[in-house]
Design a binder for this molecule. Structure first.
Ligand code: NAD
Length: 322
């Protein structure tokens, strides 16, 4: 139990929630990174809770409801021990519905799968795929109404392009924003492009994908999911960085986690997990600060692809389009 004392907890914006600086991304429970052993996934959730992780993030989209179903089974009887976050609006890879009726019915279905009558955080999922006129009005209203009804305690939005998230932060009174792929070893744009506006409004920032959705893992040397959006230059640079870690007897995931975990400006970083061994390794990793020599060498390798981004979304979110 000693490790629980080591876990950092930080305030999530002005929500009053105190969340573990390392948090549990449940997308792998839906098999999005390859098949999973459901019973091991459930044990991984229990193990994470025992070790002090208290924020669990899921979505009906992950494994097309599978991740929520597995997480719901895992949390049966212990739901109140965690800060539970889910999402609505993204249905499949290319199907989205941000209208009020769908946001509401989506949450009802999520609550059934998660075996609870409320979630702590409900977020509109990947808003760059929605019409800003709908997301910033109808979707936002749905979130507010659900919060009033007690079906969620806090509301937020998630997505990839930082200009889209910044516009949502400005237009709506959100409790949290989840950003991914913009704060890791090869990209720190989250700190300059969203953190100042979010902090000014008391919005809690949840960071995701410290491994670049698998890019900075040993597995990423040979295998990446088909949907992975990174371009070849980024993949090549990350593989070079992973190899350098391996040659130095270091796990690249450890360095990736340490780099984000110890930056107190960000409340928490989600890491996708479905295995007990990954939970243990990630918790153990963040007991230490990054090795300065290895970090500097890895940052040097990644410098040519620093702040790499990829296009995401189907609507024009520039300020003057509505
Ligand atoms: P990630 O960078 O956390 O990478 C997950 C991958 O790393 C998985 O393949 C996992 O098995 C592997 N991994 C984890 N720990 C490991 C270890 N110690 N050793 C080796 N491999 C390890 O990417 P992610 O899962 O996409 O992001 C984390 C979470 O953030 C997601 O599960 C999800 O909950 C959330 N997220 C949300 C959005 C959104 O709302 N738009 C987008 C991305 C991520």
């Amino acid at each position: 139990m000693g490790l629980i004392k080591e876990m950092e907890y930080r305030p999530l914006g002005r929500t009053g929630l105190s969340v573990s600086a390392l948090s549990f991304g449940a997308s792998p429970l839906g098999g999005v990174f390859g098949g999973i052993d459901e019973s091991e996934g459930i044990r991984a959730v229990h193990h994470a809770i025992d070790k002090g992780i208290n924020l669990f993030d899921v979505s009906p989209y992950y494994g097309i409801t599978k991740a929520e179903t597995v997480l719901g089974k895992a949390l049966s009887g212990i739901r109140d021990k965690v800060v539970l976050a889910t999402k609505a609006g993204r249905i499949t890879m290319d199907q989205f519905d941000f209208h009020k009726a769908n946001i509401k019915s989506s949450l009802e279905a999520s609550l059934r799968r998660l075996k609870t009558d409320y979630v702590d955080i409900l977020q509109a999922h990947d808003i760059e795929f929605g019409d800003p006129d709908i997301v910033l009005n109808e979707t936002y209203e749905a979130l507010i109404e659900l919060r009033k009804e007690g079906k969620c305690r806090y509301i937020g939005m998630t997505g990839y392009p930082l200009n889209v998230l910044a516009r949502a932060a400005k237009a709506c009174d959100l409790d949290v924003i989840l950003s991914y792929g913009h704060f890791n070893l090869y990209n720190t744009l989250l700190l300059s492009k969203l953190l100042p506006a979010a902090s000014a409004k008391g919005i809690g920032l949840i960071n995701a994908s410290a491994t670049g959705m698998g890019l900075l893992t040993m597995k990423g040397l040979t295998e990446l999911p088909e949907w992975h959006p990174a371009d070849q230059a980024l993949i090549t640079a990350c593989r070079k960085a992973v190899k350098l870690c391996a040659e130095n007897g270091a796990d690249p995931v450890n360095l990736a986690m340490q780099y984000v975990y110890w930056d107190e400006r960000i409340a928490t970083t989600l890491v996708g997990m479905s295995k007990i061994s990954h939970v243990d390794r990630n918790i153990k990793a963040v007991e230490d600060r990054p090795d300065p020599a290895l970090l500097s060498a890895v940052l040097g390798i990644l410098e040519p692809v620093k702040d790499s981004i990829w296009p995401s979304g189907t609507y024009d979110w520039s300020e003057n389009n509505v």
